[in-house]
Write a protein that binds this ligand. Structure first.
Ligand SMILES: [Zn+2]
Length: 259
């Protein structure tokens, strides 16, 4: 089995000094790739550095809606330079549920980053909570991103269809292990196999099996098992589909890197 975690934050200080060991543990459980996302210009260099230091680690650069501070905006034009080595523009998006910065600012920062992704032809990693209509409006006005994922997607099947029409897929993680609903089952059945990917969002969104601990990269196995239970499909088949989607969407070279 070859699993890829398409959304995590490996540069988090909670992993410092033990990232190598955590990645080895995950590797021995079948995880062969990670896309670690930046959240602010101050960590663009750090995520790039991690992908140089650790085999199988790729990175995305962007400004997260919770971190679109005054000092991030003037640095947005340089995102294009940092994106050179990155596999995606992320984590970018809109959030009306938690708003350290007003929606107007979030919209501006998101639109600039979407423009850079479109210009460079890079996929995106999107965070979107309570602002789906605003995001659709931007896609209609500015054009859709060149592929990518909505991570930790919280919408239902109808909304998923609208995102898929814009060429986007979905990555899900720890929420799959929480109490599930008929709505989520229908969502998964609609997006699997072609538009379903696995993630951890480590160190956040710990699966229930590991509740009370920092979410670590190997916990993706719990998310895989939960997806297998919901979809009533073999875990191996789900892992293969998710990995094939990650390779296709983010242009990863896993044969070259992991053979
Ligand atoms: Zn995240």
């Amino acid at each position: 089995m070859q699993l890829i975690d398409v959304h995590c934050h490996l540069d988090s200080p909670v992993f410092s000094g033990r990232l190598h060991d955590l990645l080895e543990t995950a590797r021995s459980a079948g995880v062969c790739g990670w896309i670690t996302s930046a959240i602010h210009p101050s960590n663009w260099k750090a995520v790039a550095e991690l992908s140089r230091q650790h085999a199988g680690v790729y990175h995305a650069v962007g400004v997260h809606p919770w971190y679109c501070s005054d000092d991030s905006q003037p640095l947005l034009p340089s995102l294009a330079d940092y994106a050179d080595e990155a596999v995606a523009i992320g984590e970018i998006g809109l959030d009306s549920k938690k708003m350290p910065f007003p929606m107007e600012r979030q919209l501006e920062v998101f639109t600039v980053q979407l423009g850079i992704a479109r210009e460079l032809g890079r996929p995106v990693i999107i965070h979107c909570r309570g602002a789906f209509n605003e995001m659709m409006h931007i896609f209609r006005k500015e054009g859709a991103p060149p592929g990518g994922v909505v991570h930790n997607f919280s919408g239902g099947p109808e909304l998923a269809k609208a995102f898929m029409d814009f060429g986007l897929s979905f990555s899900l993680g720890g929420v799959l292990t929480w109490r599930n609903s008929a709505r989520r089952t229908r969502l998964l059945k609609d997006i699997y196999p072609h538009d379903f990917l696995l993630e951890t969002d480590a160190p956040d969104i710990t699966p229930v099996e590991a509740r009370g601990t920092v979410n670590s990269p190997a916990n993706i196995l719990y998310n895989l098992k939960a997806a297998a239970d919901i979809l009533e499909e073999p875990a191996e088949a789900i892992a293969a589909a998710s990995t094939a989607n990650a390779v296709r969407i983010f242009g990863l070279q896993i044969e070259r890197d992991f053979s």
